[in-house]
Design a protein around this ligand. Sequence first.
Ligand code: AMP
Ligand code: MG
Length: 431
Amino acid sequence: MQNPLAAPIAPLDPSCMDDFDPSSLLVEQALERIRALAAPVAGVERVAIREALGRVLAESVRSPLDVPSHDNSAMDGYAVRAADTGGDLPVALRVLGTAWAGRPFPDPVGPGECVRIMTGAVMPAGTDSVVIQEKTQPGPPNTVRFSERPRARDNVRDAGEDIRRGATVLPAGQRIGPAELGVLASLGTVEVSVRRRLRVAFFSTGDELRSLGEPLEAGCVYDSNRYTLLAMLRAIGAEVLDLGVVRDVREDVERAFREAAAAADAIVTSGGVSVGEADFVKETLEKTGEVGFWKIAMKPGRPLAFGRVGDALFFGLPGNPVSVMVTFYQFVQPALRRMMGEPAASPVRFRVPSASRLRKRPGRVEFQRGVLAYDETGRLTVRSTGGQGSGILSSMHEANCFIVLPLESEGVEPGREVDVEPFGGVTGCAP
Ligand code: AMP
Ligand code: MG
C-alpha cells in the first residue's frame, strides 16, 4: 500500500493567482491525507454512565425494553373505552376509581365504566382512550359526563413509541451528550463501553514567549496558544499533557518531540514552522519522524507541518494565535475526533449574504472571522469582524462563525452570498 505520508502533491494551475504557492496542498487534499492516518485508538473501558458524558461509545447500545414500557396517559383526564361513547351526547360513564402515575388502577374496566387518570399513569385494562379533564363535566355521584366523542388512542402514549425493545438506540462512535445520557438512563443502563481517552501532548515554541506571572520584557508576548489549545482539546474530551514553552533551540525542540511521542497519541505544537532561522519544528519532524506535508493553500495557516513521530500523529501549527485556532478547528479537531472513535463528519456550512466588503487575493482558501446576525428586515446576514490579521485573537472572540472564501475568490462585494461555518457546529461537541 502506498504510504499516505509520501503521496505526491498534485500540481495546480497557478495562473492568475498571485497568492498561490505551487508547493502547497489544497485544503481538501490535506484533509484527505490526515483522514487516511487518523484511525480510532484501540482500548475500551466500561464506565458508569455519568462518567460516559463526553466520551465515545465503543459498542452500540440496544434497548432491553420498550420505552415507555406500558401504554400510558399523556394528559390528566378519564381513561375510557372509545366504543362506549357512541350514544347520544353528553355520554355519562361510571367512575371506578383513579389511576396514578406509578400506581396503576388494578381492575379491568367494563362497558359504561371509566377511570380517572393522571399523566403518565398506565392505561387500565379495557380502556383505549383518554378524555382530557377540560372536556368533562361532573355528573351524579361517581359519574362523569363527556360532551365530545373521543377516538381510540386519543391522548395515549403507546408502549415502545419512543424506543422499541431490541432496537439499536445509540451506535458505536456516538459521543455521549446530555440527550444520550438521558436516553441511556431511560433504558436503565448502568454502564457502557467507551473508547479510552485520547492522550494529546502539546507545547509552544518561541524564545519570545513568557508564561503567565513572568514579567513581559520588550519584544516578548504572553503564551496564549497553550491556553486556546488547552481549551480546544478539553472541549473535545482529550486527556492533555501540557509540555510548556520550548525555546527555539534545536536540542530542546527535539527533546520535547521525543517526550511527547513517548507519552501521547497525538502531538500539537505551535510556532516554529515558518522558514525563519529559528524555526526548527519541520526540521525536527524530519529527523525524529516523517513529514506528510507542511504547507496548505489557506489563510491563515499556510505553514502547517503534519506527519508522524513514532506512533503519534503530529500537527505543527503556525505560531500566530488566530492561525492556531483556525487550523485546529479545520484539521486537528476532525482528526482527533476520528481517533477518539467518532465517524468522519463534514462541517456545517451554509450561504448567507455578506453585509461587509471582504478583501481577498486569489490563491488560498480564507477562513475570515464573521458575525452572523439578523438584520433589521429579519434576514440572516454575516458581517466581518474587521481586521483579519492572523495575530488579532480578539477577532475569534468577537466572531461566531468562519466566513469561508474559496481559493479563486478575489473578494466579496456587500450583498453577495458567502459560505459561513457557525462556531456552534465547529466547537460544540463535548462538556
Ligand atoms: P512563528 O510561527 O513561531 O514564527 O510565530 C509567529 C507569530 O506568532 C509571532 O509573532 C509569535 O510571537 C506569535 N506566537 C508564536 N507562538 C505564540 C504563542 N504561544 N502565544 C502567542 N503568540 C505566539
Ligand atoms: Mg517562533
